[in-house]
Design a protein around this ligand. Structure first.
Ligand SMILES: [Zn+2]
Length: 220
């Protein structure tokens, strides 16, 4: 009985410790709740993540989805082993990632774009969701150079379905050489669940596979 009480007491303290570093930040109509269960989380990194949010998110909202959530949650969680994940306005970050990859602040840019995207289930292909998020990181990121993050050179084994940076590079080429504004159109269709394969041809006059063939024949 006493033992159970002691354990309960310890869990209570642990929960309290987990919850104690939660702060709320407001600017320009946006609210960010920042929570961390990592006692060693660098306060300078926290400050930079918050600054990056308020710099990038309102611009992404304006450019892609003005109806996006106004209130977001950042959760630094030592138990989370991925890089970061987003669901319903809540983003969980692995603090270890930032220790191993110092300067990778634009993980924030990529993740908040997922909130803006808000495709739900069945919006479109996953490779395009991640490709758009990395394209946005490339275009709107605050310090990709500081993270030594860039779009990779094209390789013969690449496909648009490779997702992330490989798809981002293709999207950037499409914007520059085929159809300016295509990313906004694709993003909107995915959010409205009206995306279909024929869209690429409706926008550019060429199918997705034709576009990729032109892309790989013209870039290296
Ligand atoms: Zn992602």
């Amino acid at each position: 009985m006493k033992k159970i009480f002691l354990l309960t007491f310890i869990s209570f303290i642990a929960v309290f410790a987990v919850a104690q570093d939660t702060t709320t930040h407001k600017k320009d109509g946006y609210i960010l709740h920042f929570a961390s269960n990592d006692r060693n989380f660098d306060p300078a990194l926290k400050k930079r993540m918050i600054e990056t949010f308020f710099k990038v998110y309102p611009v992404l909202a304006k450019d892609f989805n003005p109806k996006t959530a106004k209130e977001l949650y950042f959760n630094i969680d030592t138990a989370y082993k991925g890089v970061a994940a987003t669901g319903g306005g809540k983003i969980v970050y692995n603090p270890q990632w930032f220790i191993k990859n110092p300067g990778d602040i634009d993980v924030v840019t990529h993740e908040v774009m997922h909130v803006v995207q808000n495709y739900g289930r069945g919006g479109g292909p996953g490779w395009l969701t991640e490709g758009i998020a990395d394209y946005v990181r490339y275009k709107y990121g605050v310090d990709n150079a500081g993270a030594k993050w860039s779009l990779p050179s094209l390789k013969p084994e690449h496909s648009y379905k490779n997702s992330y940076r490989i798809t981002a590079r293709f999207l950037n080429w499409l914007e520059e050489h085929q159809s300016k504004g295509i990313v906004v159109k694709l993003d909107e269709a995915m959010r409205n669940h009206t995306y279909k394969n024929e869209m690429w041809a409706e926008i550019t006059g060429k199918s997705l596979d034709e576009l990729w063939q032109i892309y790989i024949s013209k870039t290296d």
